[in-house]
Write a protein that binds this ligand. Structure first.
Ligand code: SF4
Ligand code: FE
Length: 495
């Protein structure tokens, strides 16, 4: 049982850049499992390291382009990494989305840090609302936590998705109470929580986790209506890192077959077993009626955050165009047309995300939040368009994207020369470059980073049906019918 002061003592020196960030992850003795084994040091694990590299780019960008990746926080009065900045004007959300696109371009994968930003942004306003209604002190606790996080420049992970068990039942009716994260006991110093959070982006690469309810709660779900922050190395936490397509190719030797050897995403199952949270880090405890607004605000922020995929789209469009160059078909009209189609789809995602930022509105706490309808439309676009962009990339690349020999064959004295002879494209193109580009397309469309580019685009921040429900709620169909009747000269609506 440690108080907030003690828990923050290790973060007295702020993280200053990418290398500093990577060093800060070492020696934490986390309880991490991957492929049936405990991982002694995630930083040195070849499959986990690319995801750490991707997160590290959020620090590198802040150093290289401070206008893009830092902001002035009125909470601490400091210049802070934009991933720790609660949006206080539409320009903050516009800047956030520009930064996310750039990071997508730099890494070609999920750089993982947006979940924490969207968690702090939504906790900021919901704690404010609860205090205004109930006279609690959650908001000031939250601000104290956030000031410390900003000063230390730590990575905050947002943990929302519970396992949910039987989807037809609320938390208190589940046969196993742990299927939703809940309070197991309270004492004079804080609370203890048990349960799990599923597919948590960048969990092992974070310093702190904010856990939040995953859905609307009922009065009987008070113990499940809990929000708080824990250190990633808190006793009682176990991380089981998810398997990703072709993730172990990086261990085969050589860097080519991985497609993108440097960067990858990370998703983990986090298990909480009676994890202690001091009251200073408890931001909601029992206020079940606010769970739904927390979830709605988080998803509104996070659905627009999927602008990240336009950065990946930029990379994939570039890869497809380069593959066409290497094949000598860059001038073919159907290739040009496919590249235009890919760009149109990519920029359509971008336009809806940016519109959701420009049309953002303030809430009572003073934080700005993306326009809800446009954010849902943006994310709904993301559930579809990357699949079509990926299909067109494979179309342009050709079947070799899935039939190509390995890097080891290329290096083999017997068959290597045969590969160099028969995989030759246009004169002057190195065979190895052609193979590298095709491997990148494979990586993003069916390999490790297709996890982030495709399936995460489908289900992250809510599956397609979740957006359709929100779109249906906000579509104002009666108002639209009235406008149509007016123009058609029909005076009365149907009874
Ligand atoms: Fe950020 Fe995109 Fe990854 Fe979500 S999927 S954490 S929005 S990079
Ligand atoms: Fe996500």
């Amino acid at each position: 049982m440690q108080d907030a002061e003690t828990l923050w003592a290790d973060f007295a020196t702020p993280i200053r850049g990418a290398e500093d960030y990577i060093a800060s992850l070492r020696g934490r003795n986390l309880n991490v499992y991957f492929m049936g084994e405990r991982v002694a040091e995630p930083v040195d694990h070849p499959v986990i390291r690319p995801s750490i590299n991707a997160m590290a780019e959020t620090f590198r960008l802040a150093t290289e382009q401070p206008n893009l990746a830092t902001a002035h926080s009125s909470i601490s009065g400091q210049k802070v990494n934009r991933f720790l900045h609660v949006p206080a004007a539409p320009g903050d959300l516009v800047g956030k989305h520009e930064m996310q696109r750039e990071l997508g371009r730099r890494t070609g994968t999920c750089f993982q840090r947006c979940v924490g930003l969207d968690a702090i942004s939504s906790c900021h306003s919901v704690t404010f609302d609860v205090d205004a209604k109930a006279g609690t002190i959650y908001h000031q606790r939250f601000l104290a936590f956030l000031k410390r996080a900003q000063a230390a420049n730590v990575v905050i992970g947002g943990a929302m998705t519970d396992p949910k068990g039987d989807r037809s039942k609320p938390p208190h009716q589940q046969s196993d109470k742990d299927l939703f994260l809940h309070v197991t006991r309270r004492d004079g110093n804080g609370i203890y929580v048990s349960g799990a959070k599923m597919h948590q982006t960048g969990a092992v690469n974070s310093h702190w986790l904010i856990f939040m309810p995953t859905m609307r709660m009922t009065e009987s779900d008070r113990d499940w209506s809990v929000v708080g922050a824990v250190r990633v190395d808190a006793p009682g936490l176990t991380y089981i890192v998810g398997r990703q397509t072709n993730d172990t190719r990086i261990m085969d030797g050589g860097a080519m077959d991985a497609g993108n050897a440097q960067f990858a995403g990370q998703e983990a199952l986090i298990v909480f077993e009676n994890v202690f949270v001091p009251y200073e880090h408890v931001f909601l405890d029992g206020e079940w009626a606010y769970a739904s607004s927390l979830v709605e605000r988080f998803t509104t922020y996070h659905r627009s955050s999927y602008v990240c995929k336009t950065g990946l789209g930029d990379v994939l469009i570039g890869a497809a165009a380069t593959a066409a160059d290497y094949n000598g078909v860059e001038g073919a009209s159907h290739v040009k047309d496919k590249l235009v189609e890919m760009t149109h789809l990519n920029e359509t995602i971008y336009s809806s995300c940016m519109a959701a930022a420009h049309q953002s509105k303030p809430v009572a706490s003073g934080a700005y939040i993306n326009d809800e309808m446009l954010s849902n439309v943006a994310k709904h676009n993301v559930t579809r368009f990357p699949y079509e962009i990926a299909r067109l990339a494979q179309d342009i690349a050709g079947g070799l994207v899935v039939t190509m020999p390995s890097e080891k064959d290329l290096q083999n004295n017997e068959v290597g020369p045969l590969i160099r002879k028969f995989l030759q494209g246009r004169d002057g193109v190195e065979v190895v470059d052609r193979m590298r580009m095709l491997r990148l397309i494979e990586n993003m469309t069916i390999g490790r980073n297709a996890v982030g580019y495709l399936t995460e685009s489908l289900h992250g921040a809510g599956s397609p049906q979740a957006q359709r429900i929100q779109i249906a709620r906000g579509m104002k169909i009666e108002e639209k019918k009235a406008r149509a009747r007016h123009l058609a000269g029909i005076a009365k609506p149907l009874d």
